[in-house]
Every structure is written in structure tokens, then in C-alpha cells.
Design a protein around this ligand. Structure first.
Ligand SMILES: [Zn+2]
Ligand SMILES: [Zn+2]
Length: 312
């Protein structure tokens, strides 16, 4: 009888299983090609493996990455890694002086196959701002697009309050300097911050938000961090008062529809005598005509004014 040992399967299909992250016969991930953290399915980027043989030195740490993946994602890394006339390409080592090991590690896990050597870490509230910043620095347009899509599609309702606040806080401060040259990102970021703020201000989340803030205060941090957390938290606690549309009550208008929720006036029924008039109120801040429901909602223009002041 034919012996179906691993070796005969490998040679039969002309693929050396050890180099391939999936055993195509069993359709299961294999681990022999990769080095994993002890007792986990996550790649250990501090030790090299067959394909991750390019060292990146940053601070105290050295990470090993796959030069093919890095070259494909970034023109910056492609030029340094492929070009032998650069020192990095010639000696096969890249040293980064102006970034922290934590941030470079975040970037590496966002593009390198990670869990079981198959998928990169997904973009989330914790890493999106760091990854966006580094995408600009290291010329990674595809990954940047993924991050922007993540922000556009972000639904804070289905996320934990702590994560929503983390994203809100990061967007308030960490992308500061990138706003000038990237109008699209700036607009997307403000829209995402606004939906985060609306969610954080919701009465159902205030208890949890208070608890989160208490934990953050206990943890401490630099004086600047504490001050910034306080400023952002104040905006959440007083969001209803700070950012509600500025309506003057003698300025009710008979408009065609609400500019915020698109509610239209009811179809006129001539028989009904006590039909309520369809009243819209004009917000002095955003100049939009809003219905009675939206009058109590947050005004994006006031929020934008606040964010500009926070950053100045
Ligand atoms: Zn308004
Ligand atoms: Zn409305």
C-alpha cells in the first residue's frame, strides 16, 4: 500500500508544506513556517522565521519582518530594502530612531500575517491613529485607505464605551499635525469624532463613562495627559448643553423638511382641522433648519468649533 506520509504528499503536489501557511491537503493552518509566542497562535515578531528574516531595529527592540510584504505595502520600505546602494539595503538592517518600539510593532502587526501566520491584526480603535500617522510617514496608501474606511464605517453603538472614548480621545489629539495636508482625512476624522461624541453623551452610557474616567484617573499619567482627558471628558459630560443647536424661539420657519433627519411635512389632509403646523427651527450656528426632535440633538458646527479650539 502506498505510504501517505507528509513527505510523499509534499512531493506529489510540488509544494514544500513548511513554506506554505496552509496545508492544502487538510485545509488547515500549519505552524512550522512561523515562530509563535509561547502557547499562543500569535507570531513572535522578535524572533525570525523562514520568511521574516529582515530585522528592523527600534529603541531596545529588534523585530523581524518579511521584506516582500513590507516592499509591497510601502514604497519607503521597498526602496530601502531592495536598493543595495543604500546602507540599509546593503547591510540588510533597518534602524528607526524617531519612533517608539510600540508604534512600530503596531504597524508591523497591521500588515504582517499574525494569528496562526495567516491574517494581519485588524484595524481597531486602539491602533487606527498610530497606523494612519505611520502610513503617511512610510508611504502606505492601501493601508491608509483601510484605516479611512474603518473610520467612515465606524458604528460606536456596537462598541464598548471604553473603546469609543479611546478612539474619540486619540482623534482629538494624535492626528493633529496631519490635518493640514489631508483634507479628506480631516473631514472623515471630524465626522467619526462626532458620532463617537453622540454615543458617549447618550444617557445610557453616562454611568459606564463615569466609571471609566475614575479608572483613568486612578492610573494617572503626565500632567498634560490628565489635563487633556479632563477637557475631553468635560465635553462629554456637558455635551448636551455645549453642542445643542442654538435655536432662537422667535425664528421658527415653515421649511420643506428637516435638514438633519430629512423628516418631511405630513401630506396635507384637507378634512383635518387641527393639523399641527410643520415647524422647523433655524440653528444660528450651523444655519440648518431642524425639526422638533433634532432641535435637541448635537450641532456638528458647534462641535467643529470646539475641536478647533481644543487643538489650537
Ligand atoms: Zn446647529
Ligand atoms: Zn429632524
Amino acid at each position: 500500500m502506498k505510504n501517505f506520509s507528509n513527505e510523499s504528499l509534499n512531493t506529489r503536489f510540488g509544494i514544500n508544506n513548511n513554506n506554505f501557511p496552509v496545508n492544502i491537503i487538510l485545509m488547515q493552518p500549519t505552524t512550522s513556517h512561523e515562530t509563535f509566542l509561547d502557547g499562543s497562535d500569535y507570531v513572535d515578531f522578535e524572533s525570525s522565521s523562514r520568511s521574516r528574516n529582515w530585522p528592523i531595529s527600534v529603541g531596545e527592540k529588534t523585530f523581524f519582518v518579511d521584506p516582500i510584504i513590507f516592499s509591497r505595502n510601502s514604497d519607503y520600505f521597498r526602496i530601502l530594502m531592495e536598493n543595495k546602494s543604500f546602507l540599509e539595503g546593503a547591510i540588510g538592517l533597518l534602524t528607526i530612531h524617531d519612533e517608539s518600539p510600540e508604534d512600530i510593532y503596531t504597524l508591523i502587526t497591521a500588515i504582517s500575517p499574525n494569528c496562526l501566520g495567516l491574517y494581519p491584526d485588524s484595524i481597531n480603535e486602539r491602533n487606527v491613529c498610530t497606523v494612519l500617522r505611520l502610513c503617511d510617514k512610510y508611504l502606505m496608501p492601501n493601508l491608509k485607505r483601510n484605516c479611512i474606511d474603518y473610520l467612515i464605517e465606524y458604528h460606536p453603538v456596537s462598541q464598548a464605551v471604553s473603546e469609543v472614548f479611546f478612539l474619540f480621545y486619540q482623534l482629538c489629539f494624535s492626528l493633529n499635525s496631519e490635518y493640514d495636508h489631508d483634507v479628506v482625512l480631516a473631514d472623515v476624522a471630524v465626522d467619526t469624532m462626532f458620532v463617537c461624541l453622540v454615543e458617549l453623551c447618550s444617557p445610557t452610557n453616562i454611568t459606564e463613562f463615569t466609571r471609566l474616567l475614575f479608572d483613568l484617573q486612578k492610573k494617572g499619567g503626565s500632567a498634560k495627559d490628565i489635563k487633556n482627558v479632563k477637557r475631553v471628558a468635560d465635553a462629554v459630560f456637558h455635551g448636551g448643553a455645549l453642542f445643542r443647536h442654538r435655536i432662537s424661539f422667535n425664528e421658527e420657519v415653515q421649511g420643506l423638511g428637516c435638514h438633519q433627519c430629512s423628516m418631511l411635512p405630513p401630506i396635507r389632509q384637507s378634512r383635518s382641522k387641527n393639523r399641527k403646523p410643520f415647524v422647523l427651527s433655524l440653528c444660528k450656528s450651523c444655519n440648518r433648519e431642524v425639526c422638533v426632535h433634532c432641535r435637541r440633538k448635537l450641532c456638528q458646527r458647534l462641535f467643529e468649533e470646539w475641536i478647533n479650539e481644543l487643538r489650537s
